[in-house]
Design a protein around this ligand. Sequence first.
Ligand code: SAH
Ligand code: SF4
Length: 379
Amino acid sequence: MAAERVNLLDFDREQLTRWCDSLGEKPFRAVQLTRWIHRNLESDFSKMTNLAKSFREKLEAMAEVRPPEPMREQISSDGTRKWAFDVGNGNAVEAVYIPEVDRGTLCISTQAGCAMGCLFCSTGKQGFARNLKTSEIVGQLFWAERELRREAGTDNPNERVITNVVLMGMGEPLQNLEAVVPAIRLFLDDHAYGISRRRVTVSTSGLTNQMDKLAELAPVALAVSLHAPTDELRDKIMPVNRKHSLEDLMAACRRYLRYAPRDYITFEYLMLDGVNDSLEMADKLIRLVRNVPCKVNLIPFNPFPGSGLFKSDRDTVLAFERRMNDAGIVTTIRKTRGDDIDAACGQLAGQVKDRTHRAIRLVRQKEEAASILNKAEEK
Ligand code: SAH
Ligand code: SF4
C-alpha cells in the first residue's frame, strides 16, 4: 500500500545512504539514486537503468518518490506562477515561481500556516496546522522543476529552469529546522539540485537560537524580516520580538555572518502607511542596522482582506529609500510580482486547518492593528 512505502524525497543523501545500507546496498547506490531522483527528476524506479535489477525490485516493493499533489495552478500576467499543493487533511501550501531574465526563483513553503502571528501577514492570519516534511518541502522544487522542464521541452538535467530557491513562502522555516535542513542539503548537493549557497535564501522573522543552528547545520543566505526599528513597535506587529529583542537579533545577525555565504544580511522592511514609514523611522532604522553588514529591501505592503493596514504611498517609499542610501545603507525597493494572483509576499494563504485558537487571535489582531493605526493618525 502506498501509505506504507518510504518516500525517498524525505532523505538527504546521508540519510539515503543509511537507508540503502539497511538494505545491504553500498553507498554509491545512494549517489546513483540521488542523481536519478533529484537531477533527472525520475520517480519511476524501472527507468533507473544503471541500478541492479534486484535493487530496483526492492525499491519498487518498499519505496516511492512522491512529491505533494498540485491541486491548483495560477498564472500571473507578469509570468509569475503559483501552485497550491495538497498536503492532506484539508491543508494546502503554495509555491511561487518567479521568472526573470537571468534566473528563475522558486519561493517555497515550509509549514502549513504559521504560528508566529505577524499582524501584516496573510499566512499568519490563517493560523498554524503543521510542519511540512522534507518530502513536502523538496517536493515543491522537484515538482516545479519537472513541470517547467517538461514545458521547456528539455530533459537535460544540466539545463535547470529554477536557479534560485527562497524559503519565503508560507511558514517560519526556522521553526521547522528538522525538515528544512535536509531539504537545504538537497538543494545544495551537487548530486541533487547543485544550487550554490548564495542562491538559497532562508527568510526568518528572527528566531535567534535557530539562526545559530542554521549557521552550524546549513549556512545559506539569510534574510531577516525586520519591519520595525524599535522594540516598542516590533513587539506590536511581530509577537516574536517579545521573546527575541532587536538587540539580540542584531547580535545573532553578526554571529550568522561568520558562517554565511554572503558578507551581508538582507533586512526586509515592509512599508506600512503611517506605521513605520516616516523619515524618523528611517533614522531609527539606520541607527539600528549601522553595525551589521546588510542590505535593506523595502517591501511594498500587499494588502489582503481584513488586515486593517495600508500600503505606503510611492513618494513616502522613495523618500525612505533615499534617506537610507544617503546614510550609506544600501537600500532597494522590492518589485512586486504576481499580485494579481495573490502570489506576492505575504499573500500566500493556501488552505490551513488551524489548530490554534484562531477566532480569539483574529479578534485580538484586529484590535491591535486598529490601535496602531489610531496612534499613527494621532501623530
Ligand atoms: N516566515 C518567514 C518567511 C515567510 S514570510 C519570515 O517572516 O521572514 C516572507 C516575507 O513576506 C517576510 O519578509 C514577510 O515579512 C513578508 N510579508 C508578510 N506579509 C506581507 C504582506 N502582507 N505584504 C508584503 N510582504 C509581506
Ligand atoms: Fe509567519 Fe513570516 Fe507571516 Fe510572520 S511574516 S506570520 S513569520 S510567515
